[in-house]
Design a protein. Sequence first.
Length: 310
Amino acid sequence: MTTASFGASGVQMLESQLTDEPMPPAPRRRRVKRKTWQTIVWFVMLLGITAVVLYPLVWLFLATLKPNSEFGSNPGLIPNSPTFENYVKVSEGIAGVPLAKFFLNSLIIAVGSVIGTVFSSALAAYAFARIQFKGLGILFAAMIGTLLLPFHVLIIPQYILFNNLGLVDTFIPLLLPKFLATEAFFVFLLVQFIRQMPREMDEAARIDGAGHFRIFWSIILPLIKPALITCSIFAFIWAWNDFLGPLLYLTSPENYPLPIALRLYNDQSSTSDYGATAAASFIALLPVLAFFLVFQRFLVDGVATQGLKG
């Protein structure tokens, strides 16, 4: 409130007290009313964008209801003879392995990747953001440089290493790197988030006798929770949809995750079961969609927490 406005209101208050008259009501803000045609245009535009975004998902769901004979003869969206036979085939499994086993394998890989990635990346990020040691800048630049290194360059040496250790056809080659902070993207994201936190909190904790681990566990981790959830979302989606890693290290059908199992529907007897492939793809998509919908609000919280510093 400015001085002039305060003076004017003060004069009105004194005058009302002297004359015993009620104070005039404060002026109301004018509401800007949007015209009806503008609302209709915005609604139509948003409806069109939503339809474009959801069209692949709708097409995939309706494709699961088509028999195999319609995939070449019926290019339309609506099946001529809807059937749930594809879901029955998928539920029975393939190559002697039930669908639940493929789901369990994918869940083990995805959840293990989330735990390892989040915990190791948070520890590495705390070290880069809060601990001063020799070679800090060089190590941080080297870590960022790994983002430019193609994954295909590391395939052969990593496979030779795990093969010599006898770990091929196990989940260890897919999970062990996640616990060693090898995902530079997540480390960099958490470093930038931790740097937004005021260092006065660390200094106050040190006065109370807290060490690095206590500061990390009791102060830093609760404050970077939105960033950890963001890392968890991306780590889960990437691990759940990973195809190349399981293809390299897993050889037994009972160890296959869902992305590898989907390939089996198109590789047997030189024929392709498109209906079962669509049904299995739709079922494999549901956990990822549910995981994102549950934790998406933390993405907004992560943006809001960026204003903590100051």
